[in-house]
Design a protein around this ligand. Sequence first.
Ligand code: ATR
Length: 278
Amino acid sequence: MSSGLDRSVDRYCVIGNPIAHSKSPEIHPVFAARTGQHLSYVRCLAPLDGFADTVRDLVAQGYKGANVTVPFKIEAAQLATRLTERGRAAGAVNTLSFIGGEIIGDNTDGPGLVADIVRNAGVALAGKRILLLGAGGAARGIMLPFLAERPASILVANRTVATAEALVANFTGHGLDLAACGFEDIAGPYDIVVNATSSSLAAALPPVPAQAFAPGTLAVDIMYGDAPSPFMRFAAEHGADTRDGLGMLVEQAAEAFAVWRGMRPDTSEVFNKLRVKK
Ligand code: ATR
């Protein structure tokens, strides 16, 4: 954490380990400048066994909030004294607000993905058939914001089928067609396919069959990198329109900014800047 900060402004940071790669400090100051908000935003490296102490220290220093990234999102949910509905549903927290002695945990990752699909890609989720690949923490954070958009159905496919079944069991009761399966049982095509597995980190292709895609399918990888992921390339080869996770990254930041500052910044400038830099 850098010292010598201007203490007259509200202070925020992003906590992770490692943290040097985080783009959040390139995003929030632009949002602040464009919305006329006065704040500072820095990177904060927490020891792997020292997340809670780091957060307590930030609170003691008068920080107003923090983003949380790998590997602390689940610990952040446990540390929060209060969780928002979407923080609770995700079981993981990427946004902390320090208010009146409370540590409030929220999750803006799923809402960020929804915003990127609906606003930036211009594709409504309502009434659509959705295939969600993966059933880990990232997939869990996506479920509630997706369900809120009232799609026709969500099929969760995972390598370990039992994990997908457990995930779906957590979200029944929304009156929507929810199901779980293994990759081999995927039919299709789907209107929207989201790769929420961590396969792209290993430059691997999740074993999704070609028939999941058709012209008109939107295929979104929640990861982003310098080049399209194997998932994006495979989807494009089978007619889908593709998107990486850069839009989701910028939109989850905008949602966090809105949680803290009560106003949602325009995201296009930051998105274009980061896209060009890649
Ligand atoms: P995250 O927080 O990124 O979701 P996670 O909770 O460890 O990380 O979950 C990783 C997800 O990616 C899981 O759904 C995992 O499948 P399993 O439950 O079967 O382990 C999935 N995954 C990781 N690598 C994969 C690969 N190469 N192909 C398919 N699925 C993969």
